[in-house]
Design a binder for this molecule. Structure first.
Ligand SMILES: O=C(O)C[C@H]1C=CC(=O)O1
Length: 92
């Protein structure tokens, strides 16, 4: 099942710099592992914003929920999920 997920990140301005570096590094490792595993198909930066637009290919809603709740930055994110269906005019 394909999902488009928008993740907007909002870190506290007074967050300890070491804690910030640590959670961002953990997020990168987590995201790259899922990309290598083939579940996180696309990860795009939204221009000029600390947010991304991602495409996931997962077995079901529960798996996506598990992935999103496991994001190290989850507590600092506003997440919007859009389930995707094939467009009738799509050529591939
Ligand atoms: O930077 C972001 O958009 C947030 C998050 C999503 C993947 C990742 O590595 O960081």
């Amino acid at each position: 099942m394909l999902f488009a997920v928008r993740m907007a990140v909002s870190l506290p301005p007074d967050m300890d710099p070491e804690a910030k570096d640590s959670v961002v590094a953990a997020e990168r490792e987590y995201a790259q592992k899922l990309q290598h595993a083939g579940e996180w198909l696309h990860l795009w930066r939204c221009v000029g914003q600390y947010s991304n637009l991602s495409i996931f290919d997962v077995t079901d809603n529960d798996r996506l929920n598990e992935i999103l709740w496991g994001l190290p930055l989850f507590a600092f994110m506003d997440i919007t999920v859009t389930p995707l269906a094939r467009h009738p005019s799509a050529v591939r």
